[in-house]
Design a protein around this ligand. Structure first.
Ligand SMILES: O=C(O)CCC(=O)C(=O)O
Length: 277
């Protein structure tokens, strides 16, 4: 049984909570470092090489230079005790509870890989992609440094009060997004970036030669119920009936801009993963 990761931050102070209320997002430096961060990095590497369905994972792929590349893994905690402990016990869930103002429970969790050359995300709010209740808070735990070149998140401050007009994909209408003041939020590996589910955000493609991976965990107030199982059931149901398009579908909205590989390209890729394992 592996040792739990040791976090360098165990709570948010009143200045941080005030910044959160004002901005709808919050950068918390130094959550993981040293050997704890290294352990998480190697687990993310291993998850990225695991075929869809193994260890309960839901895997999503994009085409980068016509090669199949992992772009998202989700439904992580059932097959990975280290992640289950990190995301459902201790300081991560304690911070989510502070931000929600009451005890929090995990709603969903994912890794966005954005490997070198990987695609970005259109301007959106998460709330339309997260059914059943209105408010969630999400944390990006940076696995690699996230920079303006490799596709860190851009956010808009103080716009987390209401849902904005959407296009057919469920993203923020471009005439509205074009008027907003977008702030790049570069963060270092091991840092956290918390953001409200109505905080507008977007991210560019990875224009560097290095990967920009992030572990994203989303919480809701426990008084609204433990909705994680229901969320994944709903997602699988919607994906089963979804239409095929040119972009990879990773969400209940169409925010991801990555190109979709064919089913046979994915099957070949996963066959090679199994041969290499
Ligand atoms: O990973 C990114 O660059 C953006 C993530 C995001 O906006 C999302 O998953 O909703």
């Amino acid at each position: 049984m592996s040792e739990p990761l040791v976090a360098g931050v165990d709570g948010l102070d009143s200045a941080m909570l005030a910044a959160w209320e004002r901005d709808g997002y919050l950068h918390v430096p130094g959550f993981l470092s040293g050997s704890d961060l290294a352990k998480l990095v190697s687990l993310v590497d291993e998850i990225g090489r695991t075929p869809d369905g193994d260890r309960e994972l839901l895997q999503h792929y994009e085409l980068v230079d016509d090669e199949v590349r992992i772009c998202r893994s989700e439904h992580l905690i059932d097959g990975h005790q280290l992640l289950r402990e990190l995301l459902t016990e201790g300081s991560m869930v304690a911070m989510a509870s502070q931000l929600l103002g009451e005890p929090a429970v995990l709603y969903k969790e994912k890794i966005n890989y954005k490997l070198a050359g990987g695609a970005g995300f259109s301007p959106h709010q998460d709330a339309p992609a997260y059914p059943f209740i209105d408010t969630h808070t999400t944390c990006m735990l940076a696995i690699d440094d996230a920079t303006a070149i490799n596709g860190c998140l851009d956010v808009v401050s103080g716009m987390h009060g209401e849902l904005l007009p959407m296009d057919d994909a469920g993203c923020i209408r471009s005439d509205v997004a074009d008027q907003m003041q977008w702030l790049p939020t570069p963060i270092a590996a091991g840092d956290l970036l918390w953001f409200h589910s109505r905080a507008p955000h977007r991210s560019g493609p990875n224009r560097s030669e290095h990967d920009r991976r992030g572990l994203f965990c989303t919480y809701n107030a426990a008084s609204h119920g433990d909705l994680r199982h229901r969320y994944y059931e709903e997602k699988l149901e919607q994906f089963a009936h979804g239409t095929e398009g040119d972009t990879t579908r990773v969400s209940l909205i169409g925010d991801f801009q990555g190109r979709r590989p064919s089913a046979s390209q994915i099957a070949d890729h996963e066959r090679r993963l199994r041969e290499q394992a």
